[in-house]
Design a protein around this ligand. Structure first.
Ligand code: COA
Length: 375
């Protein structure tokens, strides 16, 4: 793997935020309204009354205290309960492209590059707003990038899978400098009427520049020492939304067309899957966990990250060993591990190493082992 580096990284944070308290106030008002409107069915025991949510439960069970969103008013409107994002004419830039541009600009500035230096754009995230043309090709066009672009979807693991694809393109010689970008508007697919999952997600976009060490223009960079992906089928995190929905009208608008999970099972099954994956990857490369200063993990649940880190380290982690950003951002799907990486790397000295790992639906897990180097 020697010779490929992450030379730049950028984050786009949406302008609007929702605290747990705001989210719960609106959810509980929705519950009250629903139960009043369905009073007769509830009394006749035809349906169960909805239960209220609690900001304390959310913070304790997940660690989330706040989330940034592309639209706040629609989510908090109890007569709507989903974002209000108007469709745009084909001549206008799409919202995912719009989110991607500032993240890419920051990543390119960070890398000392311009779009002229880039020859491939990969959009890797959990949801695309349309089937085609690819969002990545729209971004390529907006930035005037030559070469090629394509989209890929790997849910919460999209960051490491996208980076692996960029690394593979550079290794194969099909590209020299790749931008991998993850504009995730997960709130578009959250069921804000579902008490078990209404609090989990937020929106964000991250972008990374991956290139050969030879072309890198910065003083320091993170060299990629190894990358490894793994998948194992499970329906415990599932979303049945898709182009075939219209072929069976009975399913349109049903809750299974939004994010749905069996949270307890996901927690129990994904923790060992990820811990064993990271440990196995380190073993393969003859690294010891003591060689790693930090684990930049996917940000779904604070307790989950602590457990994974404890398994990998063989002891309780110190907070700086496995930084948490989900308290502020919630689960931003593909973006979490890279937001953590960007925000918690300034203290790295030359020669210090760490692991970036994303994991989630599929199940899927990816790990990228990096070392800070002088160019
Ligand atoms: N407010 C108040 N109480 C709530 C609640 C809410 N919003 N949601 C659930 N509860 C209650 C439940 O009714 C249950 O009550 P009971 O014990 O009286 O039956 C209790 O809290 C525990 O519910 P449970 O769903 O088992 O919670 P949990 O401890 O498993 O936490 C998650 C829920 C979602 C935070 C947790 O399972 C999780 O993070 N799982 C992994 C998620 C993940 O990584 N997904 C990947 C997505 S990419």
């Amino acid at each position: 793997m020697a010779g490929i580096v992450i030379s730049g990284i950028g984050i786009y944070t949406p302008p609007e935020a929702i605290t747990n308290e705001e989210l719960v106030d609106s959810f509980n008002a929705y519950v009250k309204k629903f139960n009043e409107e369905h009073k007769n069915e509830i009394e006749a025991q035809k349906i169960e009354p909805l239960q209220e949510s609690s900001a304390e439960f959310i913070a304790k069970a997940s660690g989330v205290k706040n989330r940034y969103v592309m639209n706040k008013s629609g989510i908090l409107d109890i007569n709507r309960m989903y974002p209000d994002i108007p469709e745009r004419p084909n001549e206008e830039m799409s919202i995912q492209c719009e989110m991607a541009l500032p993240a890419i600009k920051e990543a390119l500035d960070n890398a000392g590059k311009t779009s002229e230096d880039v020859d491939a754009v990969i959009v890797s995230c959990a949801n695309m707003q349309r089937a085609y043309p690819a969002i990545s090709i729209e971004i390529q066009d907006a930035l005037g990038i030559n070469g090629f672009a394509f989209d890929m979807l790997v849910a919460c693991s999209s960051a490491t899978f996208g980076m692996q694809t960029g690394i593979d393109s550079i290794k194969a010689g099909t590209a020299e400098c790749v931008v991998m970008v993850s504009p995730d508007i997960m709130t578009g697919h959250v069921n804000f009427c579902d008490r078990d999952s209404h609090f989990i997600f937020g929106d964000a976009c991250t972008a990374v520049v991956i290139e050969k060490k030879d072309t890198c223009k910065t003083d320091t960079a993170f060299e990629i020492l190894g990358s490894k992906l793994q998948t194992k089928f499970s329906s415990n995190v599932r979303n049945n939304f898709g182009f075939l929905n219209r072929a069976d009208e009975s399913g349109i608008g049903k809750p299974d067309k939004l994010f749905k999970q069996n949270g307890r099972k996901v927690f129990k099954e994904v923790v060992p899957f990820v811990a064993e994956h990271i440990t196995g990857h380190l073993d393969e490369l003859n690294f010891k966990i003591e060689d790693m200063k930090r684990l930049w993990l996917h940000q779904a649940n604070q307790n989950m990250n602590r457990l994974i880190s404890t398994k990998v380290l063989g002891r309780e982690p110190e907070p700086e060993e496995t930084p948490i950003i989900l308290d502020e951002y919630a689960n931003t799907v593909s973006c979490g591990c890279l937001i953590a990486f960007k925000k918690y790397q300034d203290d790295f000295e030359i020669g210090e190493k760490g692991v970036i790992s994303s994991f989630g639906a599929g199940y899927s897990v990816g790990s990228i082992i990096v070392e800070k180097i002088k160019i």
